[in-house]
Design a protein around this ligand. Structure first.
Ligand code: HAM
Length: 360
C-alpha cells in the first residue's frame, strides 16, 4: 500500500546497470537472460503491459563480426524454433554518434518548417528519429522528404556497415536493407536490426536488437561497447502456432519405463545415474500405474528418442532393453553395466536422424 515500484521495461539497460555496479565488464562478456518485462503501453493484440523476453548481450568487443555473430545466433534460434520461414530480417545502421548528431540537427531543422501536429512536434524535439516509425499517413509523407540518415554517415560508419553486410552475405543470411528502421529505444548506434513477420498483424516484430556503444558510459561506467538482441516470447509463441510447431511441455531424450515393484525401484535409481551421466539430456522416469503400452505412448508424447524398458525378466538378469522410437522400433537387450557404453551411441544415432529431418 502506497509503495513505489520500478518495473523493468527491458533487459539491456538493467543488465548494463547491474554489470557496472558489480564490475562484470572488465573482461569481455556474453550474457543471456529470460524474464518478464513491463511497459506502460496501450495494450492490443501482441502488445502487452507484461510480456516476456529472451535476450542476449555481448559487452566488451566491438566490430561488425560481433554484430554478425549475434545476427547469426538469432537467425539460428528462429530457424530451430521452426519459424525461420515466417520472418525476414530488416537491417540498418544509425551511423556513429557524430553522424547521428549531424543528421539529428538537420532533421529537426527540417521538421520545424513542417506543418506537424503539436504532439508530433513534441516527440520530434525529444527524438526526431521516432517520427520515421510513425503509422500516421501525413507524418509518413513529411518523413518521406526528410533528410536521410544515410547521407550523414561518416567514412567509418560506411565502412563498418559494408563489412557487416559482407560478413552476412558470406554466411548466406538474407536481409532487407531498411533505411527507415530506427528502433524505439534511444541508446543505439551503428547496427540495428529486427526480424519481422507478416503473420501477426500490426505488432509484427518478433526479435530486435542492435549496438549500444554509449550506454555503459551513459549509465556512469567506463565506455564498454555493447550489442545484443531480445525476442518477445508471446509473439514467438503466436508465430509457432501459425507454423504449427508442436509445443510439448517437456522434451525428454530418454524415457525409462518399468513394470513391477522391483523394476520400478530400479528405474528410479537408473534415472538418477543417467541424469548424472547425460548432463545435457532430459531423462524421464515413469512413475505411477500404467501398462507398458501406455508408458510407450507417454514416451512418444514427450518426444523421447530412446525408451529403456525394465520388466521382471530384465531385473532378474540385471539387463535392460533399449528401444528406439525413431528407427522403426529397433530394440536390443544389454547387460545393465554395458548401458553407459551403448546408450550414447543410440542417442547420437537418433540426433543424426533429427538433423536430416529439420526443415532448412
Ligand atoms: P524491443 O524492440 O523494445 O527491444 O523489444 C524486443 C522484443 O520484445 C520485440 O521485438 C517484441 O517481440 C517484444 N516486445 C516488446 N514490447 C512488447 C510488448 N509490449 N508486448 C509484447 N511483446 C513486446 C528491446 O527490448 C531491447 N532491449 C533489445 C536489445 C537487446 N537491444 C540490444 N540488446
Amino acid at each position: 500500500q502506497g509503495d513505489w515500484l520500478a518495473l523493468r521495461p527491458e533487459g539491456t539497460a538493467v543488465l548494463v546497470r547491474a554489470g557496472l555496479q558489480h564490475d562484470w565488464f572488465r573482461h569481455e562478456q556474453r550474457f543471456w537472460y529470460r524474464g518478464a518485462m513491463f511497459r506502460h503501453e496501450r495494450p492490443q493484440k501482441g502488445r502487452y503491459r507484461q510480456f516476456h523476453q529472451i535476450g542476449a548481450e555481448v559487452i566488451g568487443p566491438q566490430g561488425p563480426d560481433v554484430d554478425a555473430e549475434l545476427i547469426l545466433l538469432a537467425a539460428r534460434l528462429l530457424q530451430e524454433l521452426g519459424v525461420g520461414h515466417l520472418v525476414r530480417l530488416k537491417l540498418n545502421s544509425l551511423g556513429s554518434p557524430a553522424s547521428r548528431h549531424a543528421h539529428r540537427a538537420a532533421l529537426l531543422a527540417y521538421l520545424r518548417t513542417q506543418q506537424l501536429p503539436h504532439e508530433a512536434l513534441e516527440r520530434a524535439e525529444r527524438n526526431p528519429l521516432r517520427l520515421f516509425d510513425s503509422k500516421d499517413e501525413n507524418i509518413r509523407a513529411v518523413m518521406a522528404q526528410a533528410p536521410c540518415l544515410q547521407d550523414y554517415w561518416d567514412a567509418d560508419s560506411k565502412e563498418y556497415f559494408a563489412r557487416l553486410i559482407a560478413l552476412l552475405q558470406a554466411c548466406g543470411v538474407a536481409y532487407d536493407l531498411t533505411p527507415q528502421l530506427v528502433r524505439g529505444l534511444d541508446y543505439y548506434n551503428l547496427t540495428v536490426f529486427e526480424w519481422v513477420t507478416d503473420q501477426l498483424g500490426a505488432q509484427d516484430t518478433v526479435l530486435a536488437g542492435g549496438r549500444y556503444d554509449a550506454l555503459c558510459a551513459l549509465l556512469g561506467g567506463a565506455p564498454y561497447p555493447g550489442a545484443g538482441f531480445a525476442m518477445g516470447l508471446e509473439r514467438l509463441l503466436a508465430l509457432m502456432q501459425v507454423a504449427h510447431v508442436a509445443q510439448s511441455p517437456l522434451q525428454a531424450a530418454v524415457f525409462v519405463a518399468s513394470m513391477g515393484e522391483q523394476a520400478r525401484a530400479m528405474a528410479l535409481g537408473l534415472g538418477e545415474t543417467l541424469r548424472t551421466m547425460l548432463a545435457e539430456e532430459v531423462v524421464m522416469v515413469h512413475t505411477g500405474e500404467g501398462s507398458f503400452k501406455g508408458q510407450m505412448r507417454r514416451a512418444e508424447r514427450y518426444g523421447a528418442k530412446v525408451v529403456l524398458l525394465l520388466g521382471e525378466e530384465e531385473v532378474a538378469r540385471q539387463e535392460v532393453t533399449i528401444k528406439s522410437l525413431q528407427h522403426q522400433g529397433k530394440q536390443q537387450r544389454v547387460p545393465m553395466r554395458e548401458l553407459p557404453n551403448v546408450l550414447p551411441r543410440w542417442l547420437a544415432d537418433a540426433s543424426n536422424l533429427d538433423q536430416v529431418a529439420l526443415p532448412c
